[in-house]
Design a binder for this molecule. Structure first.
Ligand code: NAD
Length: 367
C-alpha cells in the first residue's frame, strides 16, 4: 500500500494561490494513480492570515506544520498590507514559521534546462548542463545576532549595529546537511566564508574542516565568499554543493539562481534536524514572491512551485523516483516549447498558469 503523508498547504497571497493550485492538481493526479497517498491541510499565511486571523501565521498553523511531513508554501506579501507594522507584516509570518520550525538549512538548486539556456544572461557554453546546490544557513548569523539596533551617539550621529554570530553547533548541523546532500550528488562540497577577516568565518572553516573527517568520500574545499561570487560567474560548473552562512548564502544563492535566467523556475527547500523517530521539519516554496503586478491574470509560471513539490517528494515524502519523473515532465514540457509569459521565446506556444500545470500532468501521465 502506498505510504500515507500529510502536507500543510499555505498558498499565501498574490500568485501564491495560483501556482499552488497547479501543485494541488499534480497531487490529485498522483493520488488518483495511487502513486501517492497525500492529505492536504489548508491554512492561510501572510496577508491572507492577517485578513482571517489578524496575524500572518497562527501558532496552530505552525503546530500543524511541525506534525506534517512537510509544508508547501506559495508566496506572501502585497501592497494591501504594506503599511502594517513591521512585526505583523505578511513577511513576518514567513520568518516566524521558518524560525519556529527551526528550519536552519535552506537548499537552493540552480539547474539550467537546455530548452531555457538562452534565457540566461551568461554565455550558453559557461552554463550548459549546470546543476549546483547552495545550502544556506537560515536561522543564525547577522540577520538574527544580538545586540542589534540603531542608537543615537553622544556626538549627535546615529549608529546602526548588527552582530554576526555563530556557535559550533549551528555550523556543524548545517554542514552535516550539506555533506549528506553531497554524498547523494557528485561528492564535492565547497564551504564559503570570510575566514581571512572574520572570526566567525575562521570558526566556520575550522568546524567544517573537522567534520570533513567523518565524510572521507567527499572532496571538501574552502573558498572566500567574495571569490565564490566571482567563480560562480567565471566557471559555475566547478561546483556541486556549496555551504555557507546566512548573509553570504542570501547573496550567493540569488547570484547562482540568476545563472539560470528565470525567477519563475526556481524552487527551494528549508530543512530542520532529523529527530530520533526520523521526522524532519521541512518547508518547500518557490523562490519568487507574490508578484502583485501579475496576480489574477493567469500569467504566473507555476514551474518553480511544481519543482519545489518535486524537492518535497525527494526529501520528505520518500518519493525520489516520483521526483525524478516530475522533473523530467517539466523538462519535456519545456522541450515542447510550451512557455508562460516570463520564459516566452521565439516560436514557442504561450500558455496560462493552469495550461502549464495541465501540460506537466499530461507528461507525467506518460511515465
Ligand atoms: P516577486 O518575486 O514577487 O516579483 C518580481 C518580478 O518577477 C515581478 O515582475 C513578477 O511579476 C515576476 N515574477 C515573480 N514570480 C513569477 C512567476 N512565478 N511567474 C512569472 N513572473 C514572476 O518580487 P517583488 O515584486 O520584489 O515582491 C512582491 C511581493 O512579494 C512583496 O510583498 C515581497 O515582500 C514579497 N516577497 C515574498 C517572498 C516569499 O513569499 N518568499 C519572496 C520575495 C518577495
Amino acid at each position: 500500500m502506498t505510504q500515507h503523508h500529510t502536507i500543510l498547504m499555505t498558498p499565501g497571497d498574490g500568485i501564491g494561490p495560483e501556482v499552488m493550485e497547479e501543485v494541488r492538481k499534480i497531487i490529485a493526479h498522483l493520488n488518483q494513480k495511487n502513486a501517492t497517498n497525500i492529505d492536504l491541510i489548508d491554512r492561510p499565511i501572510g496577508g491572507a492570515g492577517i485578513d482571517r486571523d489578524g496575524v500572518p501565521v497562527t501558532p496552530e498553523t505552525i503546530e500543524i506544520g511541525k506534525k506534517a511531513d512537510c509544508v508547501l508554501l506559495g508566496a506572501v506579501g502585497g501592497p494591501k498590507w504594506a503599511d502594517i507594522d513591521y512585526a505583523l507584516r505578511p513577511e513576518a509570518g514567513l520568518l516566524k514559521i521558518r524560525k519556529d520550525m527551526e528550519l536552519f538549512a535552506n537548499l537552493r538548486p540552480a539547474i539550467v534546462f537546455d530548452a531555457l539556456i538562452e534565457a540566461s544572461t551568461i554565455k550558453p557554453d559557461v552554463i550548459r548542463g549546470l546543476d549546483i546546490l547552495i545550502v544556506r544557513e537560515l536561522t543564525g548569523g547577522v540577520y538574527f545576532g544580538e545586540p542589534r539596533g540603531i542608537t543615537p551617539l553622544p556626538n549627535g550621529e546615529r549608529q546602526g549595529l548588527n552582530t554576526q554570530i555563530y556557535t559550533t553547533s549551528e555550523i556543524v548541523r548545517v554542514a552535516k546537511v550539506a555533506f549528506e546532500l553531497a554524498q547523494k550528488r557528485n561528492k564535492k562540497l565547497c564551504s564559503c566564508e570570510k575566514a581571512n577577516v572574520m572570526e566567525s568565518g575562521k570558526l566556520w572553516r575550522e568546524e567544517v574542516e573537522k567534520l570533513g573527517a567523518d565524510y572521507p568520500d567527499i572532496a571538501l574545499s574552502h573558498m572566500y565568499a567574495d571569490n565564490c561570487a566571482m567563480q560562480l560567474l567565471r566557471n559555475p560548473r566547478q561546483f556541486d554543493v556549496i555551504v555557507t552562512d546566512n548573509l553570504f548564502g542570501d547573496i550567493l544563492s540569488d547570484e547562482a539562481a540568476m545563472l539560470t535566467g528565470s525567477l519563475g523556475m526556481l524552487p527551494s527547500a528549508s530543512l530542520g534536524a532529523r529527530d530520533a523517530e526520523g521526522h524532519q521539519n521541512a518547508l518547500y516554496e518557490p523562490v519568487h514572491g507574490s508578484a502583485p503586478d501579475i496576480a489574477g491574470t493567469g500569467k504566473a509560471n507555476p514551474l518553480a512551485a511544481i519543482l519545489s513539490f518535486a524537492m518535497a517528494l525527494r526529501f520528505s515524502l520518500d518519493g525520489p523516483q516520483l521526483a525524478d519523473a516530475l522533473e523530467e515532465a517539466v523538462r519535456q514540457v519545456l522541450n515542447q516549447k510550451i512557455r508562460t509569459a516570463d520564459i516566452m521565446d521565439r516560436e514557442c506556444e504561450l500558455v496560462s498558469t493552469s495550461q502549464m500545470g495541465d501540460a506537466v500532468i499530461k507528461e507525467l501521465a506518460k511515465v
